[in-house]
Design a protein around this ligand. Structure first.
Ligand code: PAF
Length: 274
């Protein structure tokens, strides 16, 4: 990887990086296209990072579709793929690795509350990948909005010379945000899943038009989701889009975020209002 990077530097090429855990879908490919448009060379990584999974989560059964991923990346004109194994990423064992701990006001709420340690796992592996690939730019999906802010904050706080570029969420025709975990949905759950995005849009529209206060719109959204069969709402909240501080009333830029479990499948989504 270092040799490849050095060659790009010698040629004066700008390298764009897309970190992934594989099981690629259109959302990942849109990141690669954005990198392709903005950079001379594109590197993607595939590494299912054990450090960001809690013991009860789906690390073992996380979809792994390596050959298909390589074909998709090749079709997108990705120039290099970095796919380390666990021993290469955590030679001393992952338990004792030096960690990057993002600030608690950003990392302990919402996703961090339901997935303790998740953002430390993400920040640590992303910092390692950045230091290995040494890209000028990195591309992250807005679908994982809190993760995007954690990575941006890490890059700022640690003075990493990398431009972090957000890329809009890619959705199915019915609004469901693409996610590698959508393959876990049963036929019934797949029918209910678009309600998440519909509810986010309801909250946004009702609060933006002034039809309801932000709090009333959120309350109605929560009640609607809780009324659905087999849906366990974990959070539906509005935050300032740049700082991730709670939004007390409708303000711009704002993000409405949610997480819900459809039986055993945990989905997240958001709508950004600018
Ligand atoms: O969003 C993901 O796929 C992962 O969290 C990332 C950024 C590749 C780190 O493992």
């Amino acid at each position: 990887m270092r040799l490849w990077r050095r060659n790009a530097t010698v040629k004066g090429e700008r390298v764009g990086f897309v970190p992934t855990m594989g099981a690629l879908h259109e959302g990942h490919l849109s990141l690669m296209r954005a990198a392709r448009n903005e950079c001379d060379r594109v590197v993607a990584s595939i590494f299912v990072n054990p450090l960001q999974f809690a013991p009860h989560e789906d690390f073992g059964k996380y979809p792994r579709t390596f050959q298909r991923d390589l074909e998709l990346m090749s079709a997108e004109g990705v120039d290099a793929v970095f796919y380390p194994n666990e021993k290469e990423m955590y030679p001393e064992g992952r338990e004792s690795v030096t960690r990057v701990v993002p600030p608690c006001e950003l990392a302990d709420c919402l996703e961090g509350h339901f997935r303790p340690g998740f953002f430390t796992g993400v920040a640590t592996v992303v910092a390692k990948l950045f230091n290995i690939v040494l890209p000028e730019a990195a591309f992250f999906g807005e679908k994982d909005y809190q993760q995007l802010l954690v990575v941006k904050r890490m890059v700022g706080d640690l003075n990493l010379p990398i431009q972090v570029t957000p890329v809009a969420t890619v959705r199915e025709a019915d609004g469901l945000a693409l996610s590698s975990r959508n393959v876990y949905l049963s036929e019934e759950e797949r029918k209910i899943a678009p309600m998440l995005n519909r509810t986010l849009n309801f909250v946004k529209d009702a609060a933006q038009s002034g039809q309801l206060s932000l709090e009333a719109a959120l309350e109605k959204g929560r009640a609607d989701l809780k009324a659905l069969p087999d849906v366990e709402l974990q959070y539906l909240e509005a935050r300032q889009a740049d700082t991730f501080q709670p939004a007390a009333q409708f303000e711009l830029p704002m993000v409405v975020v949610l997480a819900a479990k459809l039986k055993n499948v945990r989905l997240i989504d958001n709508v950004v209002v600018r």
